[in-house]
Design a protein around this ligand. Structure first.
Ligand code: PBG
Length: 324
């Protein structure tokens, strides 16, 4: 008697057949490229722990943006690294600060580019925490006011999307109200809804100069052990008016991408964070892995988990590979 079993290999037998049944695709439009801007001129500092990623002064940013636009990348995520930092992060909400200047420059040179502003205080405070400190603690409600001011200042500079990453309770509604009051009802909020207190941000903190000078971020970012808590955080952000939800770190916590996809109908964004990039780069430089295939597999994994968009330092490479 003949054995009965399923013939899955029928649909895998040629490249054309595999193309025909492919369920998920990475498009250049899915990619968001992070940028680090610094004061000064002629500065293009490679981040030692992130090969191929630079701190850029405005003139070098202009060159970089030309390349990004030519590659077909249509969204960038802005991080400003000011030289003056203080206890309250005043450069975050100074209309003339480096982040605001960079946003204005990009929107002038590339009006179609979607400029997303990371809205947090840690790159701007001298203590490196994401909010105002009282008696050794990051205080919630006073920080909200500063976040609102930061978002409005970024919107005034021309930011198309505000992306608050600071993990204070109520940050979405505080920013929504501040934006609306200032006449920016049309500016969406891309909330870092599910953001863990993760060691995967180490290289980013080299790039942004935002390592906390004391303690850690565990009283505001989430415990990496918790998934249900992530759903509660996301539900709050949705209720408060978020327009997009970010999961971060994306690769390490891809389960949360899937959980958000199953629970919410907003666009979901996976942040493929700095150490996830650095590990791939280090292994590739050693000749231990096939960088292109590893990266493409990772990104299609994000899509399969349910991500609509991917923030990734690999974006320029991916755009080149996709164009081939
Ligand atoms: C700002 C912020 C961080 C990252 C994005 N926005 C650092 C942090 O929370 O410590 C990390 C991104 C990365 O590692 O690539 N709060």
């Amino acid at each position: 008697m003949a054995l009965t079993f399923d013939r899955h290999r029928r649909l895998r037998k040629s490249a054309a057949m595999r193309n025909l049944v492919r369920e998920n695709h990475v498009r250049v439009e899915d990619l968001i490229y992070p940028l680090f801007v610094v004061e000064g001129t002629g500065i293009k500092n490679e981040i030692a722990s992130m090969p191929g990623v630079y701190q850029l002064s405005l003139d070098m940013l202009a060159e970089e943006m030309k390349e990004i636009a030519e590659l077909g990348i249509q969204s960038v995520l802005m991080f400003g690294v000011p030289s003056h930092k203080d206890a309250c992060g005043t450069e975050a909400y100074n209309d003339e600060a480096i982040t605001q200047q960079a946003i204005r420059q990009i929107k002038k040179d590339h009006p179609e580019m979607i400029v997303i502003a990371d809205t947090c205080l840690c790159e701007y405070t001298d203590h490196g925490h994401c909010g105002v400190i009282h008696e050794g603690e990051v205080v919630n409600d006073e920080t909200l006011e500063l976040l609102g001011k930061t978002a409005v200042s970024q919107a005034k500079a021309g930011a198309d999307i505000i992306a608050p990453s600071n993990m204070m309770d109520g940050f979405v509604i505080a920013i929504r109200e501040a934006l609306d009051e200032a006449g920016f009802q049309k500016i969406p909020i891309m909330s870092y809804a599910v953001k863990y207190a993760s060691s995967f941000y180490g290289p980013f903190r080299d790039a942004a100069g935002s390592t906390p000078q004391f303690g850690d971020r565990k009283s505001y970012q989430m415990d990496p052990a918790n998934a249900r808590e992530g759903l509660r955080e996301a539900a709050s952000d949705v209720k408060e008016g978020a327009d997009f939800l970010i999961v971060k770190p994306g690769l390490a916590f891809m389960d949360m991408v899937l959980r958000l996809r199953e629970n919410f109908n907003l666009p979901i964004v996976a942040y493929n964070v700095s150490a996830e990039y650095s590990m791939v780069k280090a292994a590739a430089q050693n000749g231990w892995i096939d960088e292109e295939r590893i990266v493409m597999e990772t990104l299609v994994g994000f899509k399969r988990a349910g991500a609509d968009l991917i923030i990734t330092y690999h974006a320029k490479d991916v755009a080149k590979w996709l164009a081939r």
